[in-house]
Design a protein around this ligand. Structure first.
Ligand SMILES: O=C(O)CCC(=O)C(=O)O
Ligand SMILES: [Fe+2]
Length: 356
C-alpha cells in the first residue's frame, strides 16, 4: 500500500539530497559545522542504567508465572519510561550484523546511485538523503544525518543495490513484525483486553511498517548540530538497534537521559498510537539523537504501526472504565501523513493535538 501523494504544508523543502553528509564529514577540511546545520540543543543528558529490561522469552513461556511477571514489567515500563530493553528476543545476531553490513554498503554507494531515491514527497516508499526542519523562528535547519527510509509492509520496498540489502531488510522486518505482535498481545493481557484485541481492531495482518537507517557521521562541533531533534514516533512499538555508539537520549521526569542498550538487545519504545489506544496509560516518550566528534553512529529503526486503514482511538473497554476518551480517533494513514509533513521542531506535537 502506498501513501497517497501529499503536498508539503510549509514553504520550505524538507527533503534534500545535496551532499551526502558521509562525504562532507569525511572530507578532512570540515573543522566547524556549516551554519545551515546550527541547532541550539537543550542541556546534555544524564546517564541512566535504569531503563527497564524485558525478557522476551518469558513472554512466550508456557509457565504462567514468569509470563505474568514479564507482562507486568512490560506494562510498568510502558507507563513509567515509555522505553524498555528487549533481551532474549530470538532475532539472530548474524541477521542484525548482516543488516548493518548491508546498510553500510548502501551508505557507501556513490552519491549518484543514491540520488535516485531522493524524496519528492513524504509518501515516496523509498527515501534517501537529508532532512530540513524549521524551528519556531522559521529558521531552516538541516539535520546532521543521512537516512534511508523504506515502507516495508504491507508492500515491501527496497533499493536493488547492494544485492544483500533486500534479503536482510525483508527478514529483519518480518521478524520484528512478529515480535511486535507478541508484545501487543502482552499489552492486551496487561490492559485486560481480549488477547487479539489490538490485532483485530488495528488490523495488524496488514500493519504499516517502516524501516529506517540513520547515519550520523562524526561532527566537529557536536553542540552546534543535532542528529534528530526531540520527537515522538508514530505507530505502536518502535524497535531500535545501533552500532554500539551512544547518541540516543530520552526524556524522563523532565530530564534528558542517555539511553544505552547492550549489544544484541533491542531498544523498544511505546509510540503515539499505543498512548492513544491505552487512553493515556502508556506514554509515547520524546527522544532525540545527539552527535559526537569521534565516531560514526548508525541506528536501524523499525516502526510497527496499525494498518493504514485502521481507525485508531482509545480502546472501547478502557473508555468504558475511564468514563471518557482522552484522544480523538483518526485513521492511521491520516495521522502518518500529518506526521510526515511535520517538518517543524518546537510547538505542539501531533499527539498533543489529538488530546480532547
Ligand atoms: O538514531 C536514534 O537513536 C534515534 C532514531 C529515531 O528516533 C527515529 O528514527 O525515529
Ligand atoms: Fe524516533
Amino acid at each position: 500500500m502506498a501513501l497517497p501523494s501529499v503536498a508539503a504544508a510549509s514553504e520550505h523543502h524538507p527533503f534534500e539530497f545535496e551532499t551526502a553528509l558521509k562525504d562532507l564529514a569525511n572530507s578532512s577540511n570540515v573543522k566547524s559545522v556549516p551554519s545551515k546545520f546550527n541547532f541550539i540543543n537543550q542541556p546534555t543528558a544524564l546517564t541512566s542504567d535504569s531503563i527497564p529490561i524485558i525478557d522476551f522469552s518469558a513472554l512466550t513461556a508456557d509457565d504462567p508465572h514468569p509470563r505474568s511477571k514479564a507482562i507486568h514489567d512490560l506494562s510498568k515500563a510502558c507507563q513509567e519510561w515509555g522505553f524498555f530493553i528487549l533481551v532474549n528476543h530470538g532475532i539472530p545476531e548474524e541477521l542484525m550484523k548482516a543488516t548493518f553490513t548491508a546498510i553500510t554498503e548502501f551508505l557507501s554507494l556513490p552519491a549518484a546511485e543514491k540520488k535516485q531515491y531522493e524524496a519528492k514527497s513524504a509518501s515516496d516508499p523509498i527515501k534517501c538523503g537529508n532532512f530540513n526542519v524549521a524551528n519556531t523562528s522559521n529558521q531552516i535547519i538541516t539535520l546532521w544525518r543521512d537516512y534511508l527510509k523504506l515502507y516495508v509492509h504491507p508492500d515491501f520496498h527496497c533499493p536493488e543495490k547492494p544485492h544483500l540489502l533486500r534479503e536482510v531488510v525483508l527478514e529483519y522486518s518480518e521478524r520484528t513484525r512478529k515480535l511486535a505482535r507478541i508484545l501487543l498481545e502482552a499489552v492486551c493481557d496487561a490492559l485486560e483486553l481480549e488477547q487479539d484485541y489490538v490485532d483485530q481492531v488495528l488490523k495488524l495482518g496488514s500493519s504499516f511498517q517502516m524501516f529506517a537507517a540513520n547515519y550520523y557521521p562524526p561532527c566537529p562541533e557536536p553542540d552546534q548540530a543535532i542528529g534528530l531533534p526531540p520527537h515522538t514516533d508514530p505507530g505502536l512499538f518502535t524497535f531500535l538497534i545501533h552500532n554500539g555508539v551512544a547518541g540516543l537520549q530520552i526524556e524522563h521526569n523532565g530530564h534528558w537521559f542517555n539511553a544505552d542498550s547492550p549489544q544484541n538487545s533491542i531498544l523498544v519504545n511505546a509510540a503515539d498510537q499505543l498512548q492513544i489506544l491505552s487512553n493515556g496509560r502508556y506514554t509515547s516518550v520524546k527522544h532525540r539523537a545527539v552527535v559526537n566528534s569521534e565516531k560514526e553512529r548508525i541506528s536501524i529503526v523499525v516502526a510497527n504501526g496499525p494498518a493504514g486503514e485502521a481507525v485508531v482511538g482509545p480502546a472501547a473497554p478502557l473508555v468504558q472504565k475511564d468514563g471518557h476518551p482522552l484522544y480523538r480517533s483518526m485513521k492511521y494513514l491520516e495521522y502518518l501523513e500529518s506526521q510526515l509533513l511535520k517538518d517543524r521542531v518546537g510547538g505542539k506535537s501531533l499527539l498533543e493535538q489529538q488530546k480532547i
